[in-house]
Design a binder for this molecule. Structure first.
Ligand SMILES: NC(=O)c1ccc[n+]([C@@H]2O[C@H](COP(=O)([O-])OP(=O)(O)OC[C@H]3O[C@@H](n4cnc5c(N)ncnc54)[C@H](O)[C@@H]3O)[C@@H](O)[C@H]2O)c1
Length: 282
């Protein structure tokens, strides 16, 4: 009898690099990867938070390293992959999770610019979202892929983080009447975010087929709105629109991530795993 056990999800002996690893969801991914047995490089523009999380994860046993990383800078990306090799000797998993948001990173755009109406949207913010959310993923996949192919047994796994707003357009009614913490600025899902997250799905399909014969699997994970002290009106609008009637908790994408990076998904590439409480089902 073939054994089917949670062992399928184990990652012992594997090394993962998580970009934006110090952010709201990135840190949950890092924790889950460590719990599944992987050694993890927490890579983030905010180097201090990346190192702090790595130290936290190392409290029990030595399993993590922090790395300052700017995904938009190819030198910084290759340095980070080098530091993963220096720390752990190999690289098996890349989680392309970093994105331009108003919460994370030390160089975030001003909310007034990030949430500006489409008619006024500045080329500067648009370009910087393209750089971080799309070009950054490409640079990280390039550097990680090179390393994965040059290892003794070539291969690996890449997970690109998209968003439901890469799959369907944002419902602008969600933002009706929402008060924001940003003084007189509006709150919405801007065009820069929705369009770059759509492009992530194209990059995923391209790389999946390009590397399919080389034993590198590439899939997308599509999370949906995570509750993070949002305004009451926004939550009410969201809950009304959500089949499951709630926002996600920040730990609810860990299982999907472990599935995608482990042998549990060994026959899956070029796919997009949508975890959205049913949002895109109607
Ligand atoms: N939070 C949600 O509701 C939600 C929903 C759907 C998809 N997502 C996606 O999940 C991912 C993580 O989102 P989050 O909510 O944790 O965001 P977050 O802002 O908390 O974390 C993003 C992290 O990326 C880092 N970062 C930004 N620019 C960078 C750069 N140039 N180089 C390296 N790191 C950089 C930031 O410092 C930050 O730590 C993003 O790709 C986001 O689009 C989030």
């Amino acid at each position: 009898m073939h054994e089917f056990a949670p062992d399928l999800f184990r990652l012992d002996g594997r090394v993962a690099l998580v970009t934006g690893g110090a952010g709201l969801l990135g840190r949950r991914y890092c924790e889950a990867l460590v719990q599944a047995g992987a050694r993890v490089v927490v890579a983030d523009l905010d180097a201090q938070r990346a190192h702090a999380l790595a130290s936290e994860l190392n409290a029990d046993h030595s399993c993590a390293a922090g790395c300052g990383l700017d995904v938009t800078d190819s030198r910084s990306v290759s340095d980070c992959v080098e530091s993963a090799i220096a720390a752990f000797g190999r690289l098996d998993i890349l989680v392309n999770n970093a994105a331009l948001t108003v919460r994370g990173g030390s160089e975030t755009p001003k909310p007034a610019d990030y949430f500006a109406p489409f008619e006024e949207y500045s080329l500067e913010v648009w370009n910087s979202a393209l750089q971080t959310n799309l070009t950054g993923m490409l640079l990280c996949a390039q550097a990680a892929g090179k390393q994965m192919l040059r290892q003794a047994s070539p291969g690996g796994v890449v997970v690109n983080i998209s968003s439901t707003y890469g799959v369907v357009a944002p419902d602008q009614r969600l933002y009706d009447g929402v008060k924001t913490p940003y003084a007189d600025t509006g709150f919405n899902t801007p065009v820069s975010y929705a369009v770059t997250k759509t492009a992530v799905l194209g990059l995923t399909r391209y790389l999946a087929t390009y590397w399919a014969s080389k034993n590198i699997r590439v899939n997308a994970l599509t999370p949906h709105g995570v509750f993070d002290n949002h305004d009451e009106t926004f939550v009410r609008n969201f809950v009304y629109r959500s089949p499951m009637g709630r926002m996600a908790r920040n730990d609810e994408y860990r299982g999907a991530l472990l599935f995608l990076v482990s042998d549990a998904s060994s026959y899956m590439t070029g796919a997009n795993l949508i975890v959205d409480g049913g949002w895109t089902a109607w």
